[in-house]
Write a protein that binds this ligand. Structure first.
Ligand SMILES: *Cc1c(COP(=O)(O)O)cnc(C)c1O
Length: 362
């Protein structure tokens, strides 16, 4: 099941065998493009554990350049990227301050506890956005019996919050305050290219004050595998040790980097299309009786909407949709999530709205 679908079952559709399903479960389902497949087949490779894979080195240099950070490292998954960053930034027995829906504490198998020996100190923020005002009250006082704060982690876009944008002024203020208090700040930027598109900023502008950023090459950017961590040279050198310790040292990984290069160079330019489709879905859903969504809040490729008024729970709603060849899942019993991506076009969105109207009028 896609890593960022929380609760309800993922519904396989019988129809999928005969007809391509409209798959709105997540942007993790995207197919690599033909250009990626060709580049992967032709990639020049060598052993990356020796640091000799030319395609991988090229990807890491390009990522560092695009984010205007000193260095970058490829990791097989976003989870590994976040957890390597946390391991490097923290010591066992510390706390990490984050919003309560943060991906790294909800959908990454308690790795902060198991691997870094830390506990989360959560804050609720509307739309997943927390402020320096809130955070500074949660920084542990130096009492010897209090777990000390080791890290602050933010998310942009906020995945479980519904693809929300983290406003730059608020993020910058948090980074400034944290640095003054001697604390590093990590950004889970799994979908930072979606954020950049919606904010009209470059990823470098968003990343500027963060000590480390994780972003995904898979998902909306369509690479089959991979995420990256960017940060200072010293941070990335430590991350390479931790990645190896977690079993993430790879050999001829240039075949993956070849797809990743296309993901960062070419795919961000088409993300606006996904955002337009998400808005189209949101506006259509807002008109359907029993469904509640504020379409104006949908700014990226994720939309979360309440179906309480339909009398169905999300499992039943998902099953009914699957019968109409549309795949989606709930994030809890009352809220459904749709995610748009490269393999879902405008026509598919119109068909989806037709399907939702059908099941809601029964
Ligand atoms: C997908 C995602 C991750 C983890 O990525 P995986 O490749 O699934 O491990 C981390 N954070 C956010 C916000 C995500 O959406």
């Amino acid at each position: 099941m896609p890593s960022n679908v929380a609760q309800s079952e993922v519904v396989p559709s019988e129809n999928r065998k005969t007809q391509r399903a409209i798959d709105l479960r997540s942007d993790t389902v995207t197919q690599p493009t033909q250009e990626m497949r060709r580049a992967m087949a032709e990639a020049e490779v060598a052993d990356d554990v020796y640091g000799e894979d030319p395609t991988m080195n090229h990807l890491q240099e390009r990522a560092a350049r695009i984010f205007q950070k000193e260095a970058a490292i490829f990791v097989p998954t976003g989870t590994m990227g976040n957890q390597v960053a946390i391991r490097v930034h923290t010591q066992h027995g510390q706390e990490i301050i984050c919003e309560e829906r943060a991906h790294f504490i909800n959908l990454e198998s308690a790795t902060v506890a198991a691997f870094s020996g830390c506990q989360p100190r959560t804050i609720y923020g509307a739309d997943g956005v927390i402020t320096w005002e809130q955070i500074k009250k949660k920084i542990a006082p130096p009492a010897y019996y209090r777990a000390q704060t080791g890290l602050i982690s933010l998310e942009n876009t906020g995945s479980l919050a519904g693809g929300t944008i983290f406003p730059q002024e608020i993020a910058d203020e948090i980074c400034d305050g944290a640095h003054e208090a001697g604390l590093p700040v990590h950004l889970d930027g799994a979908r930072i290219f979606n954020a950049a598109t919606a904010m009209g900023k470059t990823v470098a502008e968003i990343a500027r004050k963060f000590d480390s950023v994780m972003f995904c090459l898979s998902k909306g950017l369509c690479a089959p595998v991979g995420s990256m961590l960017v940060g200072s040279r010293a941070f990335i050198d430590k991350a390479r040790r931790v990645r190896k310790a977690m079993g993430g040292g790879m050999r001829q990984s240039g075949v993956l980097a070849a797809a990743g290069l296309i993901a960062i160079e070419k795919m961000p330019a088409r993300l606006q299309e996904d955002h337009d489709n998400a808005r189209l879905l949101a506006e259509g859903l807002a008109e359907i009786k029993g469904i509640k969504i504020d379409a104006r809040k949908v700014r990226t490729n994720i939309l979360v909407f309440s179906i309480v008024g339909t009398g169905m729970d999300t499992a039943e709603f998902s099953r009914s949709l699957a019968e109409k060849n549309v795949l989606a899942a709930g994030i809890d019993q009352e809220q459904m999530r749709f995610v748009t991506h490269n393999d879902v076009g405008r026509e598919d969105c119109l068909k989806t709205l037709e399907a939702v109207r059908g099941i809601c009028s029964r």
